[in-house]
Design a protein around this ligand. Structure first.
Ligand SMILES: [Zn+2]
Length: 340
């Protein structure tokens, strides 16, 4: 093949590296991308970052006819067969990619769109979507992996022409016959959703000096401290923390919130282990020095989601049972352990 014409693999990797650098599209190891080449499904490996697509091997080949055969038996929890000797594990969403009929499939937790999908009634709020180029469905929340794949497969069976799938409290999936078309659809969607901006916040006074908390560092993003300094956001940390899976998986099932610096100091003496991130009302957000980049990206994503709501009461959080099944999840433990 002429070196001047990039292969599908090269095009996909270039696109992944681009979107991987945009925190409003991809956060840490979140999101996954695939393409189909004959009997092979190339899928992102679990725990790898899309941002690394142009520097590392983040894609692994798996046996596509095997997955399709299992699908006909409604077996969505099958372990994909890796072709070759890669030691990486295919994404937990491999089945979701395999069941989409499109050559290229992209799954993202895009903030502009997720900001709608975490609402109690996202359909009522969805902006008018782009004409006939997009055939979309809205799928309720299911645990990522087999349960989600099964739900999506049922929607596709009912609507075979669907190319955009909105996943409540999770993200979106886009399929097309080329990466250029997927890219165009995602850009059009972002523009459409982005047109409905959230509220702007009062600026933090420049003279404000937060208290120092021994052992912690003040989070290095000024805007994010609104989470602890704006009473509406602070209340959300307690009641609307569990908005989508990656947030829980990376930041835990509940937020450590304190009404004051003194309350934290009183509680601290009783703790065996310090929480990695704490929210002290009126002061800000503090993290342990080892707080990872992946976790910081998740926290920023959460703030960006809240910021885009006109009314915070419209948010729909996951149930306690849904949160529990996420944190007790072997595949996710693997992804966490293998993060860069
Ligand atoms: Zn996802």
């Amino acid at each position: 093949m002429s070196p001047l014409i990039p292969t599908t693999a090269e095009q996909v990797k270039l696109y992944c590296a681009q979107i991987g650098k945009d925190p409003l599209l991809t956060q840490g190891a979140g999101g996954n991308v695939s393409w189909k080449d004959g009997n092979i499904l190339w899928i992102k490996a679990s725990g790898t970052w899309l941002a690394d697509a142009d520097k590392k091997d983040i894609f692994i080949p798996v046996d596509l006819p095997h997955l399709r055969q299992e699908m006909t038996q409604k077996n969505f929890s099958v372990t994909p067969k890796v072709v070759g000797d890669s030691t990486l594990r295919p994404s937990i969403e491999t089945m979701l990619h395999a069941l989409m009929p499109h050559k290229v499939v992209v799954h993202l937790h895009a903030v502009e769109i997720l900001a709608y999908l975490v609402r109690a009634n996202p359909l009522a709020d969805l902006p008018p979507l782009i004409g006939d180029t997009v055939k979309w469905v809205l799928v309720d929340y299911f645990k990522p992996g087999a349960e989600l794949a099964q739900a999506v497969s049922e929607h596709i069976a009912d609507n075979p022409s669907v190319n955009v799938i909105f996943l409540r409290n999770h993200g979106l999936v886009v399929g097309a016959d080329s990466i250029a078309k997927v890219k165009q659809i995602i850009e059009d969607l972002i523009l459409t959703f982005n047109s409905n901006k959230g509220k702007s916040l009062p600026k933090q006074e420049a003279s404000f000096m937060p208290k120092e908390v021994d052992g912690y560092v003040y989070f290095q993003n000024d805007a994010l401290h609104e989470l602890a300094r704006n009473i509406e956001y602070f209340n959300c940390l307690k009641t609307k923390w569990a908005l989508y899976p990656d947030h829980i998986v990376f930041l835990g099932p509940a937020a450590y919130v304190y009404k004051s610096y003194d309350e934290f100091m009183r509680t601290r003496v009783t703790m065996n282990e310090l929480p990695e991130v704490i929210f002290i009302y009126g002061e800000g957000v503090y993290v342990l020095p080892a707080f990872s980049k992946a976790k910081a990206e998740q926290l920023l994503c959460y703030y960006e989601i809240l910021r885009r709501q006109q009314t915070l009461s419209q948010l729909r959080s996951l149930s306690d049972a849904q949160v529990l099944e996420l944190i007790d999840w072997d595949a996710e433990k693997y992804r966490q352990q293998h993060k860069p």
